[in-house]
Design a protein around this ligand. Structure first.
Ligand code: GLC
Length: 436
């Protein structure tokens, strides 16, 4: 375990770019929004102040409307990524988008509210860290305000996304039906060249058809300055994602807790919570499946499948005990059926694909969310399984981006999937080792 810890620190140091951490060197050469949240917890393990620096550099990309973009392009000369800053053209279409650093035009799950809470709990005895948390607090609050102002036009308490990349679970089968609504005619999208398949196996990446749709939605956002009301009116792809909303709720809670201790007003966050928690419980629970699911706003239907995002409701403390028990039972059953926890998608569903991006593999930061969610409800042994499974996989197969969930298959492998030397894999390992 000492060796695993040493490797994890080495990876984080190797991915540090003087102020922020890239998810992995070649595939993702910039700063990613929710990655940075998880990564700052790992960075803090060695240098708590660098965790603050990491987050402050991310928030340098924050827009005037409060949005924290999903990518901050600290370098404008790096050309190995598509869509790069010039394709997003954020500052060209929205006066509130920074010109330096350049950014993308969409967001990602707002983890920073609970990240600040963890940092405060662990390093609150260090005055410089507390100062940093104080500087970040209003910015994080503003990023939540963005979601409630721009992504919840009917004041329901549930916020929408209009691009799969905003969910953090880019290629999940839960987007398939909604994406199929998008029909692309010649000339609808500009010509482009993918870069991801040059750095990772194409059978572990999204298909070309999906990529066209991603570009289509990007262009739709661009036409509306990435925050205009036209997005809600026009986008063929519009969903209340179960995980984005669970994370927002958990992050509100984090802000409320530390805000009280640091003397900030928390009224606004409390108002959000009062609307969001009941709405989430009422609208997103699926009694037959025994989990929470996303809501397709455009189709006015639930997206009925068991996928890992729904289980983040545990971390948000949303379900009552009966619901929580059903969710935990499902995870235990999976384990008994020969899976490591936790596959990103239901293995019983025909769309399950154990090696393809978000359609089955295990993701480290998802295990982190689940582990803490299970602990919150007192499911100690399943929480421990989630922790152990990930540590074992990384130990045997390396610090990859994602992993094979079928035990029998993974046992024959020598490496994980996707990118290697991955930052949030290292960070999750460090966090899990704290408990070991
Ligand atoms: C992929 C993941 C996303 C992550 C990014 C960088 O796009 O789907 O969640 O933020 O990679 O690691």
């Amino acid at each position: 375990m000492a060796e695993l810890r040493r490797r994890a620190h080495e990876i984080l140091r190797g991915n540090w770019r003087g102020g922020f951490t890239v998810p992995t060197a070649r595939l993702y050469p910039f700063q990613w929004n929710w990655d940075s949240g998880f990564v700052s917890l790992g960075v803090a393990d060695r240098a708590p102040l660098e965790a603050i620096e990491e987050l402050e550099n991310l928030f340098r990309g924050q827009w005037a409307n409060g949005m924290v973009p999903h990518i901050v392009f600290h370098s404008e000369t790096e050309t190995t990524y598509f869509p790069n800053h010039d394709f997003w053209a954020a500052a060209e279409v929205n006066a509130g988008a920074p010109r330096k650093p350049r950014t993308s035009g969409i967001s990602q799950p707002p983890v920073h509210g609970f990240v600040l809470e963890y940092l405060y709990e662990r390093y609150g005895h260090l005055p410089d860290v507390v100062d940093g948390i104080r500087r970040l607090f209003p910015k994080v609050l503003a990023s939540h305000r963005f979601f409630y102002q721009y992504r919840d036009p009917e004041g329901e308490g549930l916020v929408f996304l209009y691009h799969p990349w905003e969910s953090g679970r880019d290629n999940s089968p839960i987007w398939d039906e909604s994406l199929q609504r998008i029909t692309i005619s010649p000339g609808d999208i500009p010509p482009y060249e993918r870069k991801d398949t040059a750095h990772a196996d194409s059978d572990q990446r999204p298909t070309g058809r999906d990529y066209d749709r991603y570009v289509y939605l990007l262009e739709l956002g661009k036409r509306h300055g990435y925050d205009g009301p036209g997005i809600w009116e026009e986008s063929p792809f519009l969903l209340q994602d179960v995980m984005l909303n669970a994370i927002l709720i958990r992050a509100n809670e984090g802000l409320i807790r530390i805000g009280r201790q640091l003397g900030f007003s928390v009224e606004e966050a409390e108002t959000w919570q009062k609307r969001s928690v009941p709405a989430f419980n009422h609208k997103l629970w699926d009694e037959t499946l025994g989990t929470y699911v996303s809501w397709d706003v455009r189709g006015q239907v639930p997206v009925r499948s068991r996928e890992v995002g729904g289980f983040v409701a545990l971390f948000a403390g949303v379900p009552d005990d009966r619901r929580a028990q059903r969710m935990e039972q499902y995870l235990r059953d999976l384990r008994e059926r020969g899976f490591r926890l936790c596959p990103s998608y239901d293995p019983e569903d025909p769309l399950f694909d154990s090696a393809r991006y978000w359609r089955g593999p295990i993701w480290p930061q998802m295990n982190w969310l689940l582990h803490h969610g299970l602990l919150r409800y007192g499911f100690k042994s399943t929480a421990e399984t989630v922790r152990r499974d990930l540590l074992d996989l990384v130990d045997r197969l390396g610090f990859h981006e994602y992993f094979e969930p079928q035990r029998a298959v993974a046992d024959q492998q020598t490496r994980g999937y996707g990118g290697d030397n991955f930052s949030w894999t290292a960070s999750t390992v460090l966090d899990f080792l704290r408990e070991g």
